[in-house]
Design a protein around this ligand. Structure first.
Ligand code: 5GP
Length: 207
């Protein structure tokens, strides 16, 4: 599952709600070169690394996808997902595809360039784009967060408008007005996806 949306839209909050409501879902903790914000924990929100460390992950082919976003690198380590899934479940195999086939969902909270790479490499991925009720509300949320300098906030607002142009490439669009409602819609989407015939055909003998 790929979830994208402008910085400040509330992706992390919606994901926390989703994780508390639904089982068999694993959140992929990304690697980034950006500085931790107040309250963020290494290994929980992100794995915070230096530029050198990130570049060696790129050259070592460790990343499923990565992108440069407002002067920092962000990326998804396939190896880390596989390790965590093997540790956290009774599934013995470390093969990611096998786990996905067994009904374990992996959610990636990534921006649009990374989402495009995942779609290319894993066409079965379900992609969702989360939007704020308006750009004015997004600006209010970014200011309320009060962790970034004004010029960083302005850069992120500008970026938000560009990112929204990619919405037609996503399977689902969710508006984050109330967190519980947005999370509820995402749960409904995941439930419907899991009921797709291709995921359930083996339940019926002889078909
Ligand atoms: P923030 O600095 O606000 O936490 O994140 C900035 C942007 O980077 C967000 O749009 C977020 O979804 C995206 N992002 C976080 N992790 C990854 C990742 O692993 N890969 C990519 N491509 N984008 C990411």
């Amino acid at each position: 599952i790929v979830l994208s949306g402008p910085s400040g839209v509330g992706k992390s909050t919606v994901i926390s709600e989703l994780l508390s409501e639904r089982e068999n879902i694993y959140f992929s903790v990304s690697f980034t070169t950006r500085q931790p914000r107040v309250g963020e924990e290494d290994g929980v929100n992100y794995n915070f690394v230096s530029r050198e460390q990130f570049e060696s992950m790129i050259s070592g082919g460790e990343l499923l996808e990565y992108a440069e976003y407002v002067h920092n690198y962000y990326g998804t380590s396939l190896r880390l997902i596989e390790e965590k899934l093997s540790a956290g479940t009774d599934v013995c195999s470390s093969d990611l595809q096998e786990k996905l086939d067994q009904g374990i969902d992996v959610i990636l909270e990534i921006e649009i360039q990374g989402a495009a790479k995942v779609r290319e490499k894993m066409p079965e991925a379900v992609s969702l784009f989360l939007v704020p009720p308006s750009f004015e509300e997004l600006s209010r949320r970014l200011h309320r967060r009060a962790t970034d300098a004004e010029e960083v906030i302005q850069g992120r607002l500008q970026k938000a408008r560009e990112e929204c142009k990619q919405i037609p490439n996503y399977d689902y669009l969710v508006v984050n007005d109330k967190v519980s409602e947005a999370a509820g819609e995402i749960i409904a989407i995941l439930t419907a996806e899991s009921c797709r015939t291709k995921h359930r055909i083996n339940l019926v003998e002889g078909v």
